[in-house]
Design a protein around this ligand. Structure first.
Ligand SMILES: Cc1cc2nc3c(=O)[nH]c(=O)nc-3n(C[C@H](O)[C@H](O)[C@H](O)COP(=O)(O)OP(=O)(O)OC[C@H]3O[C@@H](n4cnc5c(N)ncnc54)[C@H](O)[C@@H]3O)c2cc1C
Length: 392
């Protein structure tokens, strides 16, 4: 682990905050919070205009000369400002996968427009009957002349309401073991036969069910070989852990609860923080936040060395999301009855942020791989323990 990374990000942080002050409007965070759509088109246009989306990409694919460290600092500061770019996170995963596995034609067709902010790509892996076991996908792609017909349903296709494409995992061969009969397709959301319905989750995030009825796509929409979709999806998953904003440590609002506890007085005149049990809980949160930060720095360090972070990303994700659940639960204990006041309720401490945070933290250990599945991955890939899931 190279701790010079700390200095590199610190060097960009001031400039990143200045960019955010100049470009990001406070109401975008409020609108994301209200609507549950964690992607703001106006912000995306600013990121594209200033070359931030193109940072680190080769110029022949539309890359910019913006320092990738500056771009990373911007995405971290956006998380801190509570303006998220979830549609861009999934798009980056897919365009990295295209860059890794796609044809020259596919690279030219998808990467430059994505870096110009013109296309966004959602992930269509999960289905009503297959989430953790994504390889059990039933959505079918069947040969139709020189293209494919796609039929089926995907669940939790997040940000699809703003996306131009869905990266669909489809079954192309039902006769072979489940992992061996899947293929990946880039399905335009403008295609005939494609539909979407909103799903509102406990954490306030809006996601979607997406439906595919005889959706026709050409061969050029197929990424990777026929029946090789499982390995294509794995490349995308590795990039998920190194996505922009991943590892931003503001998963838990340690600073906010510490400030509230320092300023708020009990009836006996002492501050909440004077209670040693409160101080101990907040101290533990600060330690967890630091552990999460170091785990996330390791992901970036590996990515920068040109290695693909795999199990390291899983370790960060599991630790950070589980810590967030513990922290919000502790915070609600500290706040007492007022802690469950919702953001729109009068007198809600810190504008109801903690009540909302608790609900959001519940969902965090589900999407992007549940904690149970991630523990299995760590047990297998880091500790060398035997595989516990069937691959049939
Ligand atoms: C807000 C949100 C956004 C999402 N966004 C997307 C998206 O953009 N694209 C997408 O494709 N999907 C998305 N998902 C889906 C997400 O990836 C799945 O919800 C997740 O993989 C779990 O699948 P499931 O919901 O079907 O639960 P199941 O797989 O049915 O799991 C139910 C429970 O059983 C446990 N379990 C399952 N299998 C095992 C096992 N082998 N060993 C031990 N325990 C096990 C799980 O850990 C879980 O606790 C999103 C989900 C949410 C909540």
């Amino acid at each position: 682990m190279d701790f010079r990374e700390f200095d590199e990000l610190a060097a960009h942080r001031t400039a990143a905050r200045a960019w955010i002050d100049a470009n990001v409007r406070r109401e975008w965070a409020e609108e994301q919070h209200r609507s549950g759509t964690h992607q703001t088109p106006e912000l995306h246009a600013c990121l594209a205009r200033d070359g931030i989306l193109g940072a680190g990409w080769p110029t022949e694919l539309g890359g910019s000369d913006v320092d990738p460290g500056f771009a990373r600092a911007i995405f971290e500061e956006l998380v801190r400002a509570e303006v998220l770019c979830e549609g861009w996170i999934t798009t980056v995963m897919v365009i990295n996968t295209i860059n890794h596995l796609g044809t020259e034609e596919q690279k030219r067709a998808y990467i430059p427009p994505a870096l110009r902010g013109e296309i966004l790509i959602a992930l269509g892996y999960s289905e009503p009957d297959s989430g953790s076991d994504a390889a059990a996908a039933k959505t079918a792609a069947t040969r139709d002349g020189d293209g494919w017909l796609i039929n089926g349903q995907k669940m939790f296709t997040s940000t699809a309401q703003l996306c131009s494409h869905v990266f669909v995992l489809a079954r192309t061969n039902p006769e072979v073991p489940k992992h061996k009969g899947l293929t990946m397709f880039l399905v335009p959301t403008s295609a005939d036969g494609y539909e979407l319905q909103p799903i509102h989750t406990l954490g306030g995030q809006r996601t979607n069910a997406t439906f595919y009825s005889d959706v026709r796509v050409p061969d050029s929409a197929q990424l990777g070989g026929v029946d090789e979709g499982w390995s294509v999806m794995h490349v995308a998953l590795v990039y998920e852990r190194a996505a922009p904003g991943t590892g931003a440590i503001e998963q838990t609002p340690t600073d906010a609860i510490a400030a509230w506890a320092r300023e708020t007085r009990r009836p006996d005149g002492r501050t909440v923080l004077d209670d040693p049990l409160v101080a101990e809980r907040i101290g533990r949160m600060a330690v967890d936040a630091e552990v999460a930060r170091v785990l996330s720095l390791r992901i970036r360090w590996l990515a920068e060395k040109g290695e693909m972070p795999g199990v390291e990303g899983s370790m960060w994700k599991m630790f950070a999301t589980e810590a967030a659940q513990r922290h919000y639960s502790d915070i609600l204990d500290i706040l007492g009855a007022e802690g469950v006041l919702t953001p729109d309720a009068e007198g809600a401490p810190v504008a109801g942020r903690f009540e909302h945070g608790l609900r959001t933290s519940v969902v965090g250990t589900i999407y992007g791989g549940t904690s149970e599945i991630i523990r299995e991955i760590i047990a297998e890939r880091r500790l060398g323990l035997p595989k516990s899931r069937s691959s049939k």
